[in-house]
Design a binder for this molecule. Structure first.
Ligand code: C2E
Ligand code: MG
Ligand code: MG
Ligand code: MG
Length: 289
């Protein structure tokens, strides 16, 4: 009996593994057609300037309109795309789509907006990355400083020499550089000295309890001061409450991004929200911006 049970357990386990492997393969196959079928879409999440209450930047966050499974968040397919290498083509699409959007906004109230795109470390491996960004900007006739590139600290852990060279080329191109999820990346602070970036985005994990936990408050204040003393601006990620927003304003954080201001939304909703002023109005009502 025990043996039977043991065998069943074993069987169940392997079947589970097989199921997962089958699902992975299927998803990878779907992913290989997603670009051709135009199934990716960019959602945009605004960043609020805490000095003047304006939205001057939006982060582009990819979604996959999967034919059977509906709208998938990046966590469901970006890691897989990184493993298989498909991320390179996806990243090119993201950059191109962002540039196209910036071009469409010319002559509209969104004219001054900047778009931030996320690039994973794997995307920096591509020697042609910088050329592609340059070509996308040129094709759409968009100035490089309208585009921001968000990279996580992982790029300062492996392939450092190559990655720093890529960053230098990006910087020379004139795009803005941001360090995403700052503070959770196990990398050395030395790169801030060796490689000046434009923006630090404090990871959401520090902001969530910033008004409840002394240690998170101390770390957040220290990061803001460190950045400012190095001439770098600071974005707080994951701002969900008025209290967090007020804390950040009081400690001179430059920008806030999070559900309090807006979730990531489709471009039509973004344009409507910007036009109606709700993004800023919702904030100014209570926080005296
Ligand atoms: P990220 O760049 O750090 O983006 C922030 C994530 O936090 C987004 O999740 C956003 O929806 C979520 N978020 C924003 N504000 C709040 C908040 O107030 N509360 C909470 N709980 N969450 C908030 P999303 O869109 O699922 O993206 C997850 C990650 O996927 C991104 O993290 C980024 O690393 C990656 N990603 C997204 N788009 C792309 C892309 O085009 N290319 C690459 N390589 N990675 C991407
Ligand atoms: Mg990001
Ligand atoms: Mg982030
Ligand atoms: Mg984050």
């Amino acid at each position: 009996r025990a043996k039977e049970q043991g065998r069943n357990t074993y069987q169940f386990y392997t079947e589970g593994m097989q199921d997962r492997e089958v699902m992975r393969l299927e998803l990878d196959k779907d992913l290989s057609q997603a670009l051709a079928n135009n199934e990716f879409v960019l959602y945009y999440q605004p960043q609020l300037n805490l000095d003047n209450g304006e939205i001057q930047s939006v982060e582009a966050l990819i979604r996959w309109q999967h034919p059977r499974r509906g709208l998938l968040p990046p966590v469901e397919f970006i890691p897989l795309a990184e493993e298989s290498g498909r991320i390179t083509d996806i990243g090119r699409w993201v950059v191109m789509a962002a540039c196209r959007q910036l071009a469409k906004w010319k002559g509209t109230p969104q004219e001054g907006l900047r778009i931030a795109v996320n690039l994973s470390g794997r995307e920096l491996d591509d020697e042609d990355l910088v050329d592609h960004i340059r070509e996308a900007l040129a094709l759409e006739d968009v100035p490089a400083d309208r585009l921001e590139v968000e990279l996580t600290e992982e790029i300062f852990i492996q392939n450092i020499e190559h990655n720093l060279n890529q960053l230098a080329r990006l910087r020379q191109l004139g795009v803005h550089l941001a360090i995403d999820d700052f503070g959770v990346g196990y990398s050395s602070l030395g790169y801030l000295r060796d490689f000046p970036v434009d923006l630090l985005k404090i990871d959401r994990s520090f902001i969530t309890d910033v008004t409840e936990r002394h240690d998170d408050a101390v770390i957040t204040r220290a990061v803001i001061n460190l950045a400012h003393n190095l001439g770098i601006e600071v974005v707080a990620e994951g701002v969900e409450t008025e209290e967090q927003l007020n804390f950040l304003k009081n400690h001179r954080c430059n920008f806030a991004q999070g559900y309090l201001i807006s979730r990531p939304i489709p471009v039509a909703d973004l344009e409507q929200a910007l036009a109606s002023g709700v993004l800023v109005a919702a904030i100014t009502a209570d926080s005296g911006l």
